[in-house]
Design a protein around this ligand. Structure first.
Ligand code: TTP
Ligand code: MG
Length: 385
């Protein structure tokens, strides 16, 4: 099986969040940064970049370049929440998943071939889900390894989807400046350019020995990178803090039985993901967003961990009782947190509970082999679209 790595990077992340939350700023130059005199720009919308504004530039300079820009104070809490949601979506598209920053991750998608007809289809699916769930645009790069995937996600930005196929690595890299090689910062770039190496092609054409005379033992690594060789694995996330599932509905829901059913479905998906990761949750959160965009979350904690649909569903329904349904519902989400490994046998699942755990594991196996539709619990099967 060929290795395929995807790199996802949100477009103008902080600025896009601000444009989403202030629709009147869409299409306008938005600059996010501390508004104090000595603040620097965190990021700028693509409209502002046309004026030469970029990350890490003093805000005072940005004001000179773009006097009519909209200058916004950063709202880190909102970026963090949005980031969390994006990572949660991406996680489900990969065998191995490595978050890099708030708006960026590597995914090993080598094994996703059975679920999607083409590489492009996986890229489009992830972009579409992120857009639907967060109203934000991601750029995606797909390539044989991490180095090339990261390069690819940048090639077609914004709203990019760029694939570097096997065999094209060398030609794509050839004209690019040496600075684009992983690990080449300002100092190394200066040394390379001084020695006559300007493009990645220049490095491809020279012997490792000649390169080593400029860079020492970094030479071999750079030579390999110049041909697009990079074996580093996608290092799966060490710690998952929460697992959630939510949907935004095209039509606001008013029927309580439909709300009940949706909570059951989300609980099932969350429970399956918990079991897939070998985790148990000790907190369940229910999130309801109303037609007016008012959002209410309610949380319930308990001591004995669970990864069972019926228990998560039960907790979520208890929480629902605490939320007066005074208007139509636009979004429903169920999240499990305070995750940990299954408690030791001694903590004492009753025999009955142990049986249900085993039944759930058996269902997971069947669904994994025959797809989700094969086995859904009877009580919502008839109603599902
Ligand atoms: P980037 O992904 O580097 O930039 P971006 O998402 O704004 O734009 P694009 O990817 O389309 O080129 O960084 C992600 C966020 O991190 C960015 O929105 C703001 C923050 N950031 C800083 O606060 N300071 C910085 O110097 C950089 C580079 C980013
Ligand atoms: Mg970005």
């Amino acid at each position: 099986m060929r290795r395929w790595i995807m790199h996802v990077d949100m477009d103008a992340f902080f600025a896009s969040v601000e444009q989403r939350d202030h629709p009147e700023w869409k299409g306008k130059p938005v600059i996010v940064g501390g508004r104090s005199r000595r603040g620097v720009v965190a990021t700028a919308s693509y409209e502002a970049r046309k004026y030469g504004v970029h990350s890490a530039m003093p805000v005072s300079k940005a004001r000179e370049l773009c006097p009519f820009g909209i200058f916004a104070e950063p709202r880190f809490q909102v970026y963090k929440e949005t980031s969390h949601r994006i990572h949660e979506i991406m996680l489900h598209y990969a065998e191995a998943y490595e978050p890099i920053s708030l708006d960026e991750a590597f995914l090993d998608i080598s094994a996703m071939g059975s679920q999607y007809p083409t590489l492009g289809a996986i890229g489009r699916a992830i972009k579409k889900e992120i857009l639907k769930e967060t109203e934000l645009v991601a750029s995606v790069g797909i390539a044989p390894n991490k180095f090339l995937a990261k390069m690819a996600s940048d090639m077609d930005k914004p709203d990019g989807l760029f694939i570097i196929p096997y065999g094209k690595e060398k030609d794509i890299l050839r004209p690019l400046p040496v600075r684009r090689l992983w690990g080449v910062g300002k100092v190394t770039e200066g040394r390379l350019v001084k020695a006559g190496f300007r493009t990645i092609g220049d490095i491809q054409d020279v012997s490792v020995e000649a390169l080593a005379s400029v860079l020492g033992n970094q030479g071999g690594l750079l030579k390999r990178l110049s041909f697009g060789v990079d074996d580093r694995p996608v290092e799966a996330e060490r710690e998952i803090k929460s697992i959630g599932d939510e949907s935004t509905y095209e039509k606001d829901i008013t029927d309580p039985s439909v709300i009940d059913r949706e909570i059951a479905i989300h609980s099932d998906i969350v429970a399956q993901r918990l079991r897939k990761q070998g985790l148990m949750a000790r907190t369940v959160t229910l999130k309801i967003r109303f037609a007016s965009f008012r959002t209410v979350t309610r949380t319930l904690s308990f001591e004995e961990g669970t990864s069972l649909q019926e228990e998560i569903y039960h907790h979520a329904m208890t929480l629902l009782q605490k939320i007066p349904l005074t208007e139509g519902v636009r979004l429903i989400g169920v999240t499990a947190s305070r995750l940990g490994p299954p408690l030791s046998m001694a903590s004492l699942f009753s025999e009955d509970r142990d049986k249900r755990n085993r039944a759930a594991a058996a269902m997971d196996e069947i669904q994994a082999r025959f797809g989700r539709k094969a086995l859904q619990k009877g009580f919502w099967l008839e109603e599902k679209k």
